[in-house]
Design a protein around this ligand. Structure first.
Ligand SMILES: Cc1ncc(C[n+]2csc(CCOP(=O)(O)OP(=O)(O)O)c2C)c(N)n1
Ligand code: SF4
Ligand SMILES: [Mg+2]
Length: 250
């Protein structure tokens, strides 16, 4: 009798061993995206925009056309590609340093124009790739390489809520914050990402999916404790849920 495997690798995920630290959310989200690409059968029609950040090598892991954007410019690059190739599904994948710090302008203006793209925002409350500096989403009191005594609003300002900010704009079609710190949440996040991509395929316009993610290495926590930190601390500051779904039936 052959043994049934519980999990089969998505066709769109390459065999390359990921360089991510053990337990890092980036690998989970990559896998979800690859599954969705397979399920929609759009491997040849999806174009990813890879960020500068820990996910800079995204194109090594997801076997789809990918363009590497310079730091923060992914939403502008995605805009150009989608406008030239409107029949392709354009997915911009970005971290919090990329999307909310250096790329804040590009992020807000693409959202404000209602570009028909899907933005996947990995909020891990830190600059992972460069060694754990403060990000716009670093929590008040959170210690980082650049806030050794913890983030102080009087010096560094308050954490920025990306969904809340984008929700002030008129054009976006879909905005949701979710998390990937346990299996139930991972399944939920997959459905949210799938919905966002489906809206792009239906030409509905701009979708933004923020995913509360971990960075065990720079948080100085084990993968297990980092997932608990998302549950106990991070989501209190960044409440998960849908902010806007213009496709929702009344
Ligand atoms: C123009 C420019 N400025 C700064 C950097 C250095 N840099 C590379 S990645 C990064 C931040 C990455 O953090 P984030 O976007 O949150 O991604 P993460 O690694 O946490 O997934 C910075 C500041 C750069 N590569 N280019
Ligand atoms: S540094 Fe952080 S975000 Fe980067 S791969 Fe490691 S755990 Fe993930
Ligand atoms: Mg980050």
């Amino acid at each position: 009798m052959t043994q049934k495997t519980l999990y089969s690798k998505p066709k769109s995920l390459t065999d390359k061993v990921m360089h991510y630290c053990p337990g890092c959310s980036h690998s989970v989200v990559h896998k979800l995206l690859a599954e969705i690409i397979d399920e929609f059968d759009i491997q040849k029609d999806a174009i990813f925009i890879a960020p500068v950040g820990c996910a800079v090598l995204l194109y090594d892991y997801i076997d789809c056309d990918t363009v590497e954007a310079s730091h923060g410019r992914a939403a502008a690059v995605a805009t150009g590609i989608k406008r030239v190739k409107p029949n392709k599904q354009v997915i911009s994948y970005q971290g919090d340093g990329d999307l909310l710090a250096i790329g804040m302008g590009e992020t807000l203006h693409a959202a404000n124009r209602g570009e028909n793209i899907t933005v996947v925002f990995i909020n891990n409350a830190i600059y992972g790739m460069t060694g754990g500096q403060m990000a716009p989403t670093t929590l008040v009191g959170q210690k980082t390489a650049t806030t050794a005594a913890g983030r102080k609003p009087s010096n560094e300002g308050y954490p920025i809520g990306a969904c809340e900010l984008i929700n002030t704009l008129q054009a976006p079609y879909f905005i949701e914050r979710c998390k990937v710190n346990d299996s139930k949440s991972i399944i939920k996040t997959k459905n949210i990402l799938k919905k966002a991509l489906k809206y792009q395929m239906e030409d509905k316009g701009y979708s933004f999916v923020e995913i509360l993610s971990n960075c065990p290495t720079n948080w100085g926590l084990s993968p297990k404790d980092s997932n608990k930190w998302i549950e106990d601390i991070m989501q209190k500051n960044f409440p998960i849920g849908n902010f806007r779904d213009n496709g929702k039936e009344a």
